[in-house]
Design a protein around this ligand. Structure first.
Ligand code: CP
Length: 312
């Protein structure tokens, strides 16, 4: 079996069979991560370039390690020390990198649509590592993988995303992926931080957190993008925490075997209290571990290694 596309740009429109294939393949790679030697050969001879025009800790390191653990040759390009500082355009930058005979590009950029644009200028497989407020598909997949790991299913679960839904690419990827796999999805946040197109998603929308938490299995708490606070999207951090911060008291409304998630980086004491972040129901660090397995699966499937008989 192979994926329907040679790129991973978004989960919107990604068919269920592709999501299932990535998640099932990631199970095999997750098992490899528990071995003493966490390295397998399927991407030997392939070269992967990570192009990061925006800061990242988890996604950048996770992709780099996933590539190394698949035995690919890898390079990471960050704009701070590059000729982008001398005014080189995105197109010239990526075409020069491709001239070094590379096979796959992982890209993060502040502008939505850059990964799609790269599919128009390059022959390489393109993986979106977060583009503006559009999507962050591998984060969505790793969140879904982590939920499936705990419950053994996605269909029928109630998942609530809380926080800055308007600017969150993580939320968009979660919503599309979860809906395709049959979850019941809800979002909650201040009305100024809800997406204009909320109704297009076909999900439940709340502005009252206590109401939103009723009967929920999984709460995925999004980062309040404090840099956007300058735009006055909510009156103060303290007010946000009072009205929407996830505290132990608020968890009482959730279903019994509930799960707490956060894609990181966390603002402790703002959108999530310390005791919730570090509680037994929190799978925040498992999300990071599972991100490795999911990214290994995406790289492996897009590279065509499976079709060439390079089984894991
Ligand atoms: N979750 C996430 O994308 O984190 P980074 O910005 O650190 O990559």
């Amino acid at each position: 079996m192979s994926l329907s596309s040679r790129h991973l740009l978004q989960l919107e429109g990604t068919p269920k069979k592709d999501l299932d294939l990535i998640l099932d393949t990631a199970e095999s790679f997750r098992e490899i991560l528990d071995r003493p030697i966490k390295k397998v050969p399927p991407l030997r001879g392939k070269t992967v370039v990570n192009i990061f025009y925006e800061p990242s800790t988890r996604t950048k390191l996770s992709f780099e390690l996933a590539e190394k653990r698949l035995s690919a040759d890898t390079m990471t390009f960050t704009t701070a020390m590059s000729s982008v500082r001398k005014g080189e355009s995105l197109k010239d930058t990526v075409r020069n990198i491709e001239a070094m005979k590379i096979d796959m590009v992982v890209v993060r950029h502040s502008s939505a649509g850059v990964p799609y644009y790269l599919t128009q200028c390059l022959e390489a497989n393109i993986i979106n590592a977060g583009d503006g407020t559009h999507e962050h598909p591998t984060q969505g997949l790793l969140d879904i993988f982590t939920i499936r790991q705990k419950y053994g299913k996605i269909k029928g679960l109630r998942v609530l995303l809380v926080g800055d839904l308007k600017h969150s690419r993580v939320a968009r990827s979660n919503i599309w992926g979860l809906k395709t796999l049959g979850a019941s999805v809800a979002i909650c946040g201040p009305s100024t931080l809800l997406p204009y197109e909320a109704e297009k998603f076909g999900i439940d929308v709340y502005t009252d957190i206590d109401e939103a938490m009723e009967g929920v299995d999984v709460v995925n708490i999004l980062r309040i993008q404090l840099e956007r606070q300058k735009a006055g999207l909510f009156p103060s951090q303290r007010e946000y925490t009072n009205l929407f911060g996830i505290t132990t008291e608020r968890l009482k409304r959730l279903n019994k075997n509930y799960t707490i998630m956060h894609p990181g980086p966390m603002n402790r004491g703002v959108e999530i209290s310390n005791d919730v972040a570090d509680s037994p129901a929190s799978v925040i660090l498992s999300q990071v571990t599972n991100g490795q397995a999911v990214r290994m699966a995406v790289l492996y499937l897009l590279s065509g290694a499976e079709e060439q008989g390079n089984k894991v």
